[in-house]
Design a protein around this ligand. Structure first.
Ligand SMILES: [Zn+2]
Ligand SMILES: [Zn+2]
Length: 235
C-alpha cells in the first residue's frame, strides 16, 4: 500500500512538474511550455483581419487578399510561423511529436476563450487518404479535437473529404496554388446556416482554405472562421 501511495505521489509530481519542451525547466501549467518560454513565442499580434497576414497594424483587408473572391469571413491565428513554432509544428507533423501539437493547441485554446463569437462547431481541414495513411494521422484533426475539448465545442466529423490528390502547395507559386486546389473537396452534409470554424495547422496563401470555404458556403454554412495554429508569410 505504501509503495502504491509513493508511486502515486511520484507520478503526480512528474505530472505537475513536467519539463518544458523548449527549455527543459519544470512547468506545472496546463501546457508543456513554461511561462517564460510562452512570452518569447512569436505570437500573432496584428494584421489583416480577413486573411491573417501579419502586419504592423490591423486592417480590414490587405493588398494580398483584396483582389480575390474570399469565401471565409475571418482568419484567427495563434502564432506567426517562425522559430520555434515552425520547428515544433514540423516535428509534430513529420516525426509524430504529438505532445508539441498539443502544447501549441492548448495555448491557442487559452487565447480563443475570450474570443466572441466562437463558431457553432469546428471541423478539421481534411487531407487526402494517401497522405493520412503515410503520416498516420491528420494533424489538423488532432488540433481541432484539442480545441473542441478545451472550448467545449462540438467537432464536425465526416462533413467533407478531399476527393483528389493535389501537389504540395509549397512547391507552387501563388497563382498556381489557387488553380491546384480547385474542386479538390466535396462537402457531404447540409450545414444549415451554421457558423463553422475550419481548423488548420499552418496557412500561407489561403488557397486551400478558400477552396474548401467555397464548398462549405455552397453546402449552407452561414459564416466561416479559419482557426490556424500558425500564419506563414507569403511565398
Ligand atoms: Zn521553457
Ligand atoms: Zn488579407
Amino acid at each position: 500500500m505504501t509503495s502504491f501511495v509513493s508511486r502515486l505521489k511520484n507520478a503526480s509530481r512528474r505530472f505537475l512538474n513536467r519539463p518544458c519542451i523548449l527549455c527543459s525547466q519544470s512547468c506545472g501549467g496546463p501546457t508543456d511550455i513554461c511561462t517564460a518560454c510562452q512570452k518569447d513565442l512569436p505570437w500573432h499580434q496584428s494584421g489583416c483581419l480577413r486573411c491573417g497576414l501579419p502586419l504592423p497594424n490591423n486592417v480590414a483587408r490587405c493588398g494580398h487578399c483584396l483582389p480575390k473572391p474570399l469565401y471565409f469571413d475571418r482568419c484567427i491565428c495563434a502564432f506567426n510561423y517562425q522559430f520555434p513554432v515552425n520547428r515544433l509544428i514540423l516535428a509534430f507533423k513529420n516525426n509524430e511529436k504529438l505532445v508539441y501539437g498539443k502544447a501549441l493547441s492548448t495555448l491557442f485554446a487559452m487565447r480563443l476563450k475570450d474570443y466572441q463569437p466562437l463558431p457553432d462547431m469546428l471541423m478539421a481541414m481534411p487531407i487526402h487518404w494517401i497522405t493520412k495513411r503515410r503520416r498516420g494521422f491528420n494533424q489538423s484533426g488532432l488540433i481541432a479535437a484539442d480545441l473542441c475539448r478545451q472550448l467545449d465545442l462540438p467537432l464536425l466529423h465526416h462533413a467533407c473529404k478531399k476527393i483528389r490528390w493535389t501537389a504540395p502547395q509549397k512547391s507552387l507559386n501563388s497563382a498556381s496554388r489557387y488553380k491546384n486546389v480547385v474542386n479538390a473537396f466535396e462537402v457531404t452534409l447540409d450545414l444549415n446556416s451554421l457558423h463553422i470554424g475550419l481548423v488548420d495547422d499552418v496557412v500561407t496563401s489561403m488557397a486551400t482554405t478558400n477552396s474548401l470555404s467555397a464548398e462549405l458556403k455552397k453546402a449552407g454554412a452561414r459564416e466561416i472562421t479559419i482557426l490556424s495554429l500558425a500564419r506563414a508569410s507569403l511565398p
